[in-house]
Design a protein around this ligand. Structure first.
Ligand code: HEM
Length: 522
């Protein structure tokens, strides 16, 4: 059969412009792919633009207020809301066990790929970020026991040492005499405390923040900068290769590890040298995490080569800022709400505790402290974006009564669940620790079950006990020793920026040493 002149023209275009054709084919494929996801989630309500592109999600993060925006979207559209062409957010606490399972867990989404360290462009798996369940099992199983509460209470003396340094530094720098007493950025000091505790627990070596009063080697600033950039990428993970992991950009920015990981690896190197000189870590009375990790490494033959680096650096990056954010939230709410502060202080004073409050006594004798910690955790979870999972298939899943096809990304945010008015009442946006006191057992269990600040299910936080060990000890210890006066009452100067970490600034106070009872100058 002969071909028409039109067909010849088209054939010439195809042969002469391969790029044009490739582009046309690529666009057609993208259109078909998008139209599939467009229709498969067309039954989920949400902002119109979110049906077509992830750009709104990225802009919400760019605004630093994604947590508030997410809460408002759920109040407007209901329990399940479309956040992107292939992503839905869920707010109903009853769905937590469905999405975050212990057996046959739904895998983490590409959100987490963006969080992996890639010093040479190739991602290094970590316990927190890996999407591969086999790797996760290989990394987590050998060390899980080290994070249990029974092991951790043996670490209490390390927390005590750092608490002692913290109080001494605060006293010397800010609570000396009334004249010219300096304003204290309590938020910054709580962060330095949290980093130094983790350094002490992991390596028997503080990072040196408290003694120097500074962010040594820019570790804290470096981690925050990394989160500021990476949080944007998590919303559109394909940007990772174009921007974050771009070889040209890496060339100019340098390829070294993050400051937190660099500190961790330097400590590992030091310890290996000591072991090579004959120190036997396994028989020491006081064992830090590193000695446990090294012992496991020496015994487990099938470990991936990056295991020690993954364990040591995840303690610093996953465990320091998170605890600091929660401590900061707790002090912010207490100092901005004097009646709750007065009630807590009365409880602490009545308990007649030693200067460095022991963990067991804090847990047993300070129920109002427990309520305040729970309320701060609900009001200000340190992670402020949904924890994303993927519907695994082969069958579709049902979430909030809606069918979701395999491959759909589903997430729940601790901020959204914590502000659920059906569960926490009309005043869910307000600080009221009393909501945790004297409630019936069933309601209490429901409220506690809805706390997602530490995640849920199989990938829940491994360091929760460490964070609680620190918080339940340092809060009563500081309140026993010092009076705090908020320098910007009413919350002016307090800012909150959500870049996955929901970071705060502006907790400026003046201190009075309660032991010497000098009055605060107004
Ligand atoms: C207030 C303090 C903390 C908060 C709010 C917190 C929160 C979380 C959350 C939400 C997850 C799960 C994220 C997800 O599903 O995507 C997580 C995982 C994890 N956290 Fe924490 N964390 C805290 C402290 C710590 C500490 C002190 C450590 C260690 C020293 C730690 C180590 C880890 C690790 C290793 C994982 C990964 C667990 C896994 O995937 O199996 N965290 N954390």
């Amino acid at each position: 059969m002969g071909q028409s002149p039109d067909s010849w023209v088209q054939l010439e275009i195809v042969q002469g412009h391969p790029w044009t054709v490739s582009l046309a084919v690529f666009s057609a494929v993208m259109f078909l792919w998008h139209s599939k996801t467009y229709w498969s989630l067309s039954h989920i309500p949400g902002p119109f633009l979110a049906r077509l592109t992830n750009l709104p999600r990225l802009l919400w993060v760019l605004s630093n207020r994604a947590h508030d925006i997410h809460v408002n979207l759920h109040r407007r559209y209901g329990n399940i809301v479309r956040f992107g062409p292939n992503m839905v957010s869920v707010s109903d606490p009853a769905e937590i066990a469905n999405i975050y399972r212990y057996s046959k867990p739904w895998p983490k989404s590409d959100f987490y790929h963006a969080l992996l360290m890639k010093p040479d462009g190739k991602p290094i798996p970590g316990i927190f970020g890996t999407q591969d369940e086999e790797i996760h099992r290989a990394l987590k199983k050998p060390v899980a026991g080290a994070y249990s509460m029974s092991t951790l209470v043996k670490f209490e003396p390390y927390v005590d040492t750092t608490m002692g340094v913290f109080s001494d530094e605060l006293r010397a720098r800010f609570a000396g005499s009334n004249d010219g007493r300096a304003a204290c950025d309590l938020g910054q000091w709580l962060q330095m405390f949290a980093f130094d505790v983790i350094g002490e627990l992991t390596f028997s070596k503080r990072l040196g923040f408290l003694e120097s009063g500074n962010d040594v080697n820019g570790v804290m600033a470096g981690i925050w900068k990394m989160f500021q950039e990476t949080a944007l990428v998590t919303q559109m993970p394909w940007i990772d290769n174009l921007w974050t992991n771009n070889p040209v950009r890496r060339y100019f920015r340098g390829r070294g590890a993050s400051p937190g990981a660099a500190f961790a690896m330097a400590r590992v190197k030091e310890r290996r040298e000591l072991l090579a000189k004959g120190r036997n870590d396994w028989d020491r009375d006081t064992r830090d995490f590193l000695s446990l990790f090294l012992e496991i490494e020496s015994k487990e033959k099938a470990l991936p080569p990056y295991a020690l680096a993954a364990w040591a650096s995840s303690n610093i990056t996953a465990g320091s800022d998170t605890t600091a954010i929660l401590l900061r939230a707790l002090f912010h709410y207490l100092l901005s709400n004097p009646p709750t502060l007065a009630r807590l202080r009365a409880e602490i004073d009545a308990a007649d505790l030693p200067e460095k409050v022991p963990w067991k006594r804090a847990k047993a004798e300070l129920p109002y402290l427990d309520a305040c910690v729970k309320e701060a955790t609900r009001m200000h979870p340190p992670f402020g974006l949904p924890y994303e999972r993927v519907v695994p298939g082969p069958a579709p899943a049902v979430v909030c009564g809606k069918t979701l096809q395999p491959g759909t990304v589903v997430g729940m945010s601790a901020w959204v669940v914590g502000r659920n008015r059906a569960l926490f009442g009309a005043d869910a946006d307000e600080w009221r620790p009393e909501r945790w006191v004297g409630v019936d057992e069933k309601t209490l269990r429901e409220m506690e079950g809805a706390s997602m600040a530490f995640g849920a299910g199989h990938r829940t936080c491994m360091g929760k006990h460490i964070a609680h060990l620190e918080i339940y000890k340092i809060v009563p210890t500081l309140l026993k020793q010092f009076d705090f006066e908020l320098l910007s009452p009413g919350g002016s100067g307090w800012t909150v920026q959500n870049r996955w970490f929901v970071m705060q600034q502006g907790l400026m106070v003046r201190l009075k040493d309660r032991m010497t009872a000098a009055p605060i100058d107004k």
